[in-house]
Design a protein around this ligand. Structure first.
Ligand code: VGL
Ligand code: ZN
Length: 198
């Protein structure tokens, strides 16, 4: 007998939706565009509908100018998500509720942070509201989603990975696939929207 039924996947009390870095600079036309990154927006809007009366968190990469991750400073990336710029804004088409909690990360010059839990209030906010399960999607699968999911699992959250609402940078072909395989091997469960609306 199958011990998981569809009901377990229905968003419920104790769940939160965690949307990772859906910012203009990671969308087509942005300074660090993730291929097909814009496709996560309508997909996440479907999950947002399923979370209408449940908590929603959105992380954002929020770098100072001359951040250490930028090429001119010796880092791997073009300048992106500089705090206060249009490129750092969350995608306007994402239908976030006004109650959504925005978590800024990687906000200091000398440190980078791919995980939404790194040097933020995220864990304490989730803990203080008795959230135990996270539905996680966004950008990019092989960087900030991967590191956020690793930390979430390490902190003891159950993680449902929104396979239809994330996209990879794929600096090396297959990076996104490998990241997904790692997240599943660490204990995340892969779902798509059909799993919760069927
Ligand atoms: C990210 C590269 C650099 C991400 C952030 O959000 O995945 N990737 N900074
Ligand atoms: Zn960054």
């Amino acid at each position: 007998m199958n011990t998981t039924n569809q009901n377990d996947l229905q968003p419920q009390q104790g769940d939160a939706l965690l949307i990772v870095d859906v910012q203009n600079d990671f969308l087509p036309g942005g300074s660090l565009a993730v291929p097909h990154g814009d496709e996560v927006v309508p997909a996440l809007n479907r999950y947002l509908r399923a979370f209408q009366n449940l908590p929603v968190y959105a992380t954002r990469d929020w770098h100072p100018e001359r951040h250490c991750s930028f090429k001119a400073q010796g880092g791997p990336w073009p300048p992106h998500c500089v705090a206060g710029t249009r490129g750092a804004e969350l995608a306007a088409a994402l239908r976030l509720p006004s109650s959504a909690v925005i978590i800024s990360k990687a906000t200091t010059v000398d440190y980078d942070a791919y995980s939404g839990f790194q040097d933020t209030e995220l864990d304490s906010l989730l803990h203080s509201t008795s959230i135990r399960r996270l539905f996680i999607g966004g950008l990019a699968t092989d960087y900030c989603v991967l590191n956020t999911v690793r930390d979430a699992l390490g902190l003891g959250y159950k993680v449902l990975l929104l396979a239809d609402a994330m996209r990879a940078v794929d600096v090396q072909p297959g990076d996104g696939q490998r990241a997904e395989a790692e997240m599943l091997s660490l204990g995340a469960q892969r779902i798509t929207i059909e799993g919760i609306t069927a």
